[in-house]
Design a protein around this ligand. Structure first.
Ligand code: FES
Length: 107
């Protein structure tokens, strides 16, 4: 199910003209628009957990949405702690849920 708003009652139709590409999230392909925040593509597919905390292994997801809190951090193209709310989509990105500090073995 896609949660993307394509025709908003006030701002109208989504017509950015951005190319739709595929990114891989935890091994599964999802559609995304080039240049939109990774987090937007995830939310459009109802993926709301981005990482689990180090100490208590609690889930975290969108909180500030402006790159300040790190709750949306994920492993992107092998790099841990990437804030997905401010990182634009690029074709072929590989995104994984981050467990703890996301080090070797992602834990
Ligand atoms: S949601 Fe806070 S840094 Fe991304």
């Amino acid at each position: 199910m896609c949660m993307r708003i394509e025709d908003h009652i006030i701002i109208g139709k989504e017509d950015s003209g951005a190319e739709t590409v595929e990114i891989t999230v935890d091994g599964k392909p999802i559609p995304a628009k080039v240049g939109e925040p990774i987090l937007a593509a995830l939310l459009a597919k109802n993926i709301i957990i981005n990482r689990y905390t180090v100490k208590n292994k609690e889930p975290r997801g969108l909180f500030c949405g402006i790159g300040q809190c790190t709750d949306c951090a994920m492993i992107v193209n092998g790099m841990a702690n990437v804030r997905t709310c401010i990182t634009p989509v690029e074709k072929g990105m590989v995104v994984n849920t981050q467990f703890g500090i996301g080090g070797e073995g992602n834990g």
